[in-house]
Design a protein around this ligand. Structure first.
Ligand SMILES: [Zn+2]
Ligand SMILES: [Zn+2]
Length: 271
């Protein structure tokens, strides 16, 4: 019986980190992961920042916690620091960028970045057809990163917040389950396979639905169904601190994932 894969390619360790790389390396050594992916949001380093990114920098400045500049140079410094972090770890560390897909990825960082994550945004404009909204973002992203020659991951595709009926309102309980409807799931799976991207099993998503009875089982059932349709997977805790919000290993186990379902490891030359 092949082992359930255990890795974490979605760890926020950039401008907003409030821990040391040494502490993170220690923590991850205790989790027995076979590969680590550290990321930061591209939007923090672009010229025209979204409101949340501008606010994040102001907060860091006010609290005397500025580690990097807020431009491409800052991002380059961060990627160099990630290389330092990898020296502290016994397993392969890969460097990633998470992007909402709206800003071009600066040419200067090519070669310092191993993968790109698409931060899926809310599907407000897609109306009730959530799958079409998701597919549109996936296809645009796949096309945009093609020339970079690095693998791409679809981050938190089933995040409940995406299924809020109004942008401002929280999602109604169970609304996210629409995403798991058989026909939509099949349509989505087919397009993900064609895109060449990996679909992320996200720890924060699991944490945010864990209180709903049967929710984790439904979610993992959907992952398992997509796996059987040939969808490649990645695993990401999406942690912003040292502790993961939910056990990725447990989710992967429930979805029946094997290493062969995660070809991104091979693309990242993880032995
Ligand atoms: Zn994200
Ligand atoms: Zn993230």
């Amino acid at each position: 019986m092949p082992h359930t894969p255990s890795f974490d390619l979605h760890i926020h360790a950039g401008a907003e980190r409030d821990f040391t790389f040494e502490d993170l390396a220690d923590r991850l050594a205790g989790e027995n992961v076979s590969a680590i992916g550290v990321v930061d949001h591209l939007e923090l380093y672009v010229d025209r920042k979204p409101v949340w990114a501008a606010e994040a920098w102001s907060w860091l400045a006010e609290n005397d916690r500025l580690l990097y500049g807020d431009d491409t140079r800052g991002l380059l410094e961060l990627l160099d620091d990630f290389a330092y972090f990898s020296e502290l770890c016994k397993v392969p560390v890969r460097r990633g960028i998470e992007t909402a897909g709206k800003d071009p990825i600066p040419r200067e960082i090519a070669g310092k970045m191993d993968f790109v994550g698409l931060c899926i945004q809310d599907m407000g404009s897609a109306g009730p057809d959530w799958a079409e909204g998701l597919i549109l973002q996936i296809e645009r992203f796949a096309e945009a990163i093609e020339p970079l020659g690095v693998p791409g991951v679809i981050h938190h595709p089933f995040r409940p917040r995406l299924f809020a009926l109004k942008k401002s309102a929280p999602a109604a309980p169970g609304e996210w389950r629409k995403a798991l409807d058989g026909e939509s799931l099949k349509r989505l799976a087919g397009r993900v396979v064609r895109s060449g991207l990996s679909l992320e099993i996200n720890g924060m998503t699991a944490k945010s639905i864990a209180e709903e009875p049967g929710a984790i089982e439904s979610l993992c059932g959907a992952y398992a169904a997509m796996k059987n349709m040939g969808v490649p997977f990645s695993l990401g805790s999406d942690r912003h601190g040292l502790e993961p919000a939910y056990s990725l290993h447990e989710l992967a186990r429930q979805a029946g994932l094997k290493r062969s379902n995660c070809p991104i490891l091979k693309r990242l030359s993880v032995p």
